[in-house]
Design a protein around this ligand. Sequence first.
Ligand SMILES: Nc1ncnc2c1ncn2[C@@H]1O[C@H](COP(=O)(O)OP(=O)(O)OP(=O)(O)O)[C@@H](O)[C@H]1O
Ligand SMILES: [Mg+2]
Length: 246
Amino acid sequence: MLLEGEGVTKRFGGLTALRGVDFKLEKGEILGLIGPNGAGKTTLFNIISGFLKPTAGVVRFKGVELTKLKPHQICRLGIARTFQVVKPFLKSTVLENVMAGAMFGRERGLGLDEAREEALYYLRFVGLESKKSVLAKDLNVVERKFVEIARALATKPEVILLDEPLAGLNPAEIAEASKLVERIRDELGVTVFWVEHVMKAIMGTAERIIVLHNGMKIAEGPPQEVSRNRKVIEAYLGEAVGEVVA
Ligand SMILES: Nc1ncnc2c1ncn2[C@@H]1O[C@H](COP(=O)(O)OP(=O)(O)OP(=O)(O)O)[C@@H](O)[C@H]1O
Ligand SMILES: [Mg+2]
């Protein structure tokens, strides 16, 4: 088991954002995490990546308890994340943004030239090499998302946590970004834990899905099975989860 959580619970004052969530992520898989707005998906990613401490429960990466570590320590162990609201360094170039990932990631002490080479490799991987000298503030939303993914990959993770990488993209961009998620696993060998609202994409790409609702895990399994689950359909009442895999 690469990454696992046991009884992960998070309270914000009177609000319980996560209640006793168990999960396991195996090396080499693409695991999807879905659930209606406010289900606790980003909170779970914040706990795994060390931005929040759980109220109860534990997360382990290759047996190491993450819940005692700081975000930069977790990153150096091999877990990278992207943010739902992407936060590039706006006044830096695309290349500098990705170099920051390379320099603060797992391979400490990279020189500038090596970091530049690494960054260029991941910019090529996401198809943005031609934008390397553009300031991040001048990118469109899709490009910002891909830079964010390149920055996360440049830390050389074993696991990448993707928080809604497809939000705000049009259908053609969604298809391209879904393919990118697959290539992250297939070509780079990085294990993927992926939060997404674009059902068709995540149901078609992830091998296994976990469903959160009101902070609780209500279903887990292959996409076809999860999309037919009665609790899942009820949680998404009014949203078209049932028809997406058909
Ligand atoms: N730092 C915080 N302080 C207080 N409440 C929070 C905090 N972060 C999240 N919450 C609350 O916890 C609940 C879960 O939020 P979370 O962002 O994890 O949901 P989500 O599943 O990612 O939703 P979405 O699909 O809209 O991104 C929500 O009710 C949210 O308002
Ligand atoms: Mg969220």
